[in-house]
Design a protein around this ligand. Structure first.
Ligand code: FES
Length: 91
């Protein structure tokens, strides 16, 4: 199991290794979602730790984050997939 901590909501939860995080973030945090498909950017968040435990960005995610001038640690919450271990998220 992987452990996800969302700083803004002061909440931690566990998900199976390899899980997409969109549904669990919707359930356990107040991070906002829109399209859910990596197209709108409303779900931009920052990885505060454990970035190495998240699957690499897809080309669509890279393209959208580039258009938004995102920092390297910013990701789309709807596209996050945890590999294993601990991950910290802030939005
Ligand atoms: S919800 Fe639209 S990009 Fe994530």
């Amino acid at each position: 199991m992987a452990k996800i901590t969302v700083k803004n909501d002061d909440v931690s939860f566990e998900v199976p290794d390899g899980s997409a995080l969109k549904n669990s973030l919707q359930t356990n945090s107040s991070l906002m979602f829109g399209c859910g498909q990596g197209k709108c950017g409303i779900c931009i968040c920052s990885l505060t730790r454990g970035a190495e435990n998240i699957a690499p960005k897809t080309q669509d995610e890279i393209n959208l984050l580039s258009k938004r001038n995102a920092n390297p640690n910013q990701r789309l919450g709807c596209q996050l997939r945890v590999i294993k271990g601990e991950v910290g998220i802030e939005y």
